[in-house]
Write a protein that binds this ligand. Structure first.
Ligand code: SDX
Length: 447
């Protein structure tokens, strides 16, 4: 049985000064068999509480079991705060709504990585550094020749990011205090180039080199959509929409791919390799791959001329194994604030481009039917970041198999920020979860 001792607000998360001036620790008492085990309570800066079980096994021989880590915090972090019940998301304390309305992706990346918004001088220096590192080593171009044109861009991106570590070995041993800022700028700038080259590869067009006179997002659009035979002008509205999408994807606390980057980094793996691991984790349809799965699902409904209400019934049927992609979230039990922002931006962008997308109408109808259906309401299933983002990518001209690559481009500063935070954490050690064995007991090999 677990009893939470009386406590008052702690200042450093573990202790507080009681009336008699003595320092006290908020504690949980776990009564196991004939034992009473005291476990400290940690309180975060937004009042979240956690039972610190780091001494549990030593005191009791017990471990905890929590498939999918639904109830388990893997670390303390000051990068991103989410209140899933209230639908709140903040990067370093700034509400996502304010960053979406006022910032750009380069500034938001700086904020996530360095913890504060940059001064004008810091911003300019960061921006110039990203521009300076936009090219990839010329030998890397030949790597693309080895991939089949049908290769999924996420496979190419992960392989090429790992390949960067063979050309830039300054960070190979993270324990050597090398110029990590250089590695950070190389990654932020070159992953954008690799992403656009993987797109060009998939459509058989020549690679377009960066044009460093353009902004971060303008340069990406240039590399994606320019062809040598024609001039290309960046549409400011599309550039604004891309900045917004990348800001909204930039971080999300301990999501699956960020936890993967931290897990790999805890073994003292270099940053390039950890980012490659994060890309592979993001690819899954339960995670970043959902934005591609949403468009596939909308296209199935459209091409099959499904009645939306009938499709929702299929989703609710446990025997169908069909999920409403872009709906539900492990943390948000309310509307994902990013989905709200994207839904509004979708209208603006499609109006600007004069695009009438029937899939957007289907998405809206699905949301309307689902949010009035007890199956979804009872399970707190709302649209998440992936539900509308693909409609915007499609309107920009980004093909469906590049949607998760766009997610990776956005999430890159968040992955980097978490890797750096973990590397600077004095408490960090190799992440090695335990298990409970429930297999065959001891037996002898038949001789
Ligand atoms: C991202 O973690 C992050 O922060 C991720 C992310 C980020 O920014 O990094 O926000 C990005 O990955 C967003 C999520 C994208 N994935 C999808 O849209 C795929 C569809 N959604 C799900 O598969 C699901 O909702 C998850 C994976 C997102 C969350 O899974 P959980 O928390 O493990 O929830 P669950 O699978 O235990 O579901 C609980 C119940 C189940 O029903 P019951 O068994 O209780 O009857 O809800 C049902 C599920 O069947 N359910 C759904 C559903 N999602 C959950 N039913 C229909 N459609 C869905 N989408």
């Amino acid at each position: 049985m677990l009893t939470l001792l009386q406590s008052s607000q702690c200042n450093d998360g573990r202790t507080w000064n009681s009336m008699d001036g003595k320092t006290k620790t908020e504690k949980a008492i776990l009564r196991l068999d004939d034992q009473e085990i005291e476990l400290p309570i940690f309180t975060g800066s937004e009042g979240e509480k956690a039972i610190d079980i780091s001494s549990l096994r030593k005191q009791s021989g017990y471990i905890t079991l929590d498939p999918g880590y639904v109830n388990t915090g893997m670390t303390k972090s000051s990068i991103c705060f989410i209140d899933g019940e209230e639908g709140i998301l903040r990067y370093r304390g700034y509400p996502i709504e304010q960053l979406a309305a006022n910032s750009n992706f380069v500034e938001t990346s700086y904020l996530l990585i360095h913890g504060e918004l940059p001064t004008p001088e810091q911003y300019e220096q960061f921006r110039q550094s990203l521009r300076r590192h936009s090219m990839i080593h010329e030998d890397m171009r030949h790597f693309f020749d080895g991939f089949p044109s049908s290769a999924h861009p996420m496979a190419i991106l992960s392989a090429m990011v790992l390949g960067l570590s063979t050309f830039y070995t300054e960070n190979e041993n993270p324990e050597q205090d090398t110029d990590i800022d250089l590695t950070v700028c190389r990654l932020l700038s070159k992953v954008r180039t690799l992403a656009s080259f993987s797109f060009k590869k998939s459509i058989g067009q020549p690679f377009i080199y960066p044009d460093n006179s353009l902004s971060y997002c303008g340069n990406f659009l240039h590399m994606m959509f320019r062809v040598p035979a024609e001039p290309y002008h960046v549409d400011p509205e599309v550039e604004r929409a891309l900045n917004l999408l990348l800001i909204l994807h930039a971080d999300h606390e301990q999501n699956c791919s960020t936890a993967t980057v931290r897990m790999a980094g805890s073994a003292l793996t270099n940053l390039y390799a950890c980012i490659a691991a994060g890309i592979t984790s993001l690819w899954g349809s339960r995670h970043g791959g959902a934005n591609q799965a949403v468009l596939d699902q909308l296209a199935t409904i459209h091409e099959g001329d499904w009645d939306v209400a009938r499709y929702i019934e299929l989703v609710k049927d446990k025997n169908s194994s069909v999920r409403l992609m872009g709906f539900g979230h492990r943390v948000y039990k309310n509307y994902d604030p990013r989905a709200k922002i994207i839904k509004e931006a979708c209208d603006r962008l499609l109006d600007h481009l004069g695009v009438q997308d029937p899939l957007l109408d289907i998405a809206r109808r699905l949301e309307e039917v689902a949010l009035n259906d007890s199956y979804f309401v009872d399970r707190n299933l709302y649209p998440n970041v992936d539900f509308y983002s693909g409609i915007m990518y499609r309107a920009i001209g980004i093909p469906i198999n590049m949607f998760t690559v766009m997610f990776a481009l956005g999430r890159l500063p968040g992955w980097i920020a978490h890797w750096l935070e973990m590397r600077s954490d004095p408490d960090d050690r190799i992440h090695r979860p335990r298990q409970i064995y429930n297999g065959v007991k001891l037996r002898d090999y038949p001789v």
